[in-house]
Design a protein around this ligand. Structure first.
Ligand SMILES: NC(=O)c1ccc[n+]([C@@H]2O[C@H](COP(=O)([O-])OP(=O)(O)OC[C@H]3O[C@@H](n4cnc5c(N)ncnc54)[C@H](OP(=O)(O)O)[C@@H]3O)[C@@H](O)[C@H]2O)c1
Length: 237
């Protein structure tokens, strides 16, 4: 397995939920990690709490805004000096039937869940090539495979992300950059402002994080390009 000690990682949306668990797991492996989120009031304590386990830095950034992403990479270049691992995790959900979904809600979901991973990857790839290779992991969703009513925007973003991920994998495989996606079902996080109590049947964010680390550590001749994860015993309807 690959030793991640000293590897340089970016985790978008690393201040809460799945992204935070992945940032913690990468830190435990000895990687240096840069995280972002929009809300400084969530980001700052997250960085403080994780700073005991290794080198972590962060700066607010809306992944769906190109100028924010450019500034974030200037920060990363300064603080880490490059990137070996990019985890495109930040995502939002806005739900409703098409006639009731506002154009603003549609734009927010597509910008965050689809344009964000493109912006981050666009700037990561030349940096990875310069360092001889890298790993891009996109956190998709089973909603990128199974449409559901009221899911038009979210499904479109995650179906799009699945296609983007696979095309990018084909683009980059001969440049020593592996690209993969984890597509989870329901995970026990505060996604969409949900409470986490009473949802112990859902996937544990730590399980997504240990899968993420396993994928990145897997020897470079191998690639699990798409991993589906789901609660073993979903709540019966
Ligand atoms: N939870 C689930 O059931 C589930 C299932 C399948 C897939 N997923 C996917 O997993 C990923 C993480 O979900 P989660 O459940 O961990 O969500 P979460 O608990 O709501 O955390 C989302 C993280 O992303 C950040 N974020 C949101 N929008 C952002 C933006 N525009 N720019 C930068 N950061 C942003 C949030 O920080 P700020 O709010 O401060 O920006 C936060 O750190 C998402 O892509 C989601 O679609 C989740």
């Amino acid at each position: 397995m690959i030793d991640l000690k000293g590897h340089l990682a970016i985790v978008t949306g690393g201040s809460r939920g799945i992204g935070r668990s992945i940032a913690e797991a990468l830190l435990e492996e000895g990687a240096k990690v840069a995280i972002c989120g929009r809300d400084q009031a969530t980001l700052a304590p997250a960085i403080r709490e994780m700073s005991g386990s290794g080198r972590i830095v962060g700066q607010p950034c809306d992944v769906g805004r190109w100028s924010n992403v450019e500034s974030f990479y200037s920060f990363v270049d300064r603080e880490l000096g490059g990137v070996d691992i990019l985890v495109n995790n930040a995502g939002v959900g806005r739900f409703g039937p098409v006639d009731q979904l506002s154009p603003d809600a549609w734009d927010e979901v597509i910008r965050t869940n689809l344009s964000g991973p493109f912006y981050f990857s666009h700037l990561a790839v030349p940096r990875m090539k310069q360092r001889g290779g890298g790993f891009i992991l996109n956190i998709g969703s089973l909603a990128g495979k199974h449409p559901f009513a009221s899911g038009a925007a979210y499904n479109a973003s995650k179906f799009g992300l699945a296609g983007f991920t696979e095309a990018m994998m084909l683009d980059l495989r001969y440049s020593n950059i592996r690209v993969s996606t984890i597509m989870p079902g329901s995970v026990q996080t505060g996604f969409r402002g949900r409470s986490t109590s009473g949802s112990e049947w859902k996937l544990d964010p730590a399980a997504i994080a240990s899968m993420a680390v396993h994928l990145v550590k897997t020897p470079a001749r191998n690639l699990a390009s798409r991993v589906e994860m789901r609660p073993s015993k979903p709540r019966r309807a």
